[in-house]
Design a binder for this molecule. Structure first.
Ligand code: ZN
Length: 270
């Protein structure tokens, strides 16, 4: 079975309802365990309702750092939603890719709400750091975060040693298919090679479209084998090995987290 540790089911990532329904049906029919990320409170509400459509979709509560300035007066609401969440994501720090730079001074106070919740409740965090990997890692340590996935890690190889020492996971996804289009292809390959077997997980992030990826729209069940094959090629491994390793890794990552027991049950069955 496939386990997609980071996925967007709402717009603007998944453009339109028709595609969304197709994506949800595909997840359900093919039993693809999907950790559905949210990027705002509104996005979380949508994800909660989509997750009712399949027992394989698990909602994650997060606010992307790009929108931090919209939450200056909603911090209490954010903290309350963290209390009930199954897991947190996608959250983090990102000044580099934020289009609206107004968010920058508000990213850290917002991220700290999520860190406090993760520390208090031992919640799994799905993390988005771009150019802020080291600061992010230090904050995770400060808050004693135990369960974390660095989504599409784009930091240095040196820092990976410290991340690995902490036992944090790395999710690799769609970009592994685009090696020939990448400017910093070699660095990407080195990072993917540098992930220890027991800390690698796989994600899709968003389904491809012609507009953004110059690739036809495709659902998870057909895309996943391609991503896994690409990762296996980079790591001189086989798709079967990558698949079973990820199954084992996600099982370990979830551990005995009572909020994620339904995921554990599905993983055990397959
Ligand atoms: Zn994402």
């Amino acid at each position: 079975m496939y386990i997609n540790t980071h996925f967007h089911l709402d717009d603007p990532w998944l453009k339109g309802d028709q595609r969304r329904q197709e994506a949800i049906r595909d997840i359900d029919r093919n039993h693809i365990v999907t950790l559905a990320q949210s990027c705002s409170i509104e996005s979380y509400e949508k994800i909660l309702s989509y997750s009712n459509q399949s027992k394989y979709i698990f909602p994650s509560f997060g606010i992307l750092p790009w929108y931090a300035h919209e939450y200056i007066d909603r911090m209490e609401e954010v903290a309350e939603l963290c209390e009930e969440a199954l897991m947190l994501g996608e959250v983090g720090l990102d000044e580099r890719n934020a289009e609206d730079k107004t968010c920058i001074p508000h990213q850290r106070p917002l991220f700290k709400i999520f860190l406090e919740a993760a520390e208090k409740k031992n919640l799994l965090m799905n993390l988005h750091f771009r150019g802020t990997e080291e600061e992010g890692l230090n904050l995770l340590k400060t808050y004693d975060v135990k369960k974390a996935i660095f989504h599409a890690y784009s930091g240095s190889l040196e820092l990976m040693n410290q991340i690995t020492d902490q036992g944090y996971y790395y999710s690799v996804g769609l970009s592994s298919l685009f090696l020939n289009r990448m400017k910093r292809r070699d660095l990407f390959v080195e990072r993917v090679k540098n992930i220890p077997d027991d800390l690698l997980v796989v994600e899709i992030d968003e389904l491809p479209t012609i507009e953004w990826f110059k690739m036809d729209f495709e659902v998870s069940s057909t895309l996943f084998p391609k991503i896994i094959k690409a990762i296996a090629d980079i790591r001189n491994s086989t798709p079967e090995e990558i698949k079973s390793q990820c199954h084992e890794n996600v099982t370990k990552l979830i551990g005995n987290d009572s909020r994620l027991m339904n995921i554990a049950k599905i993983l055990k069955k397959h």
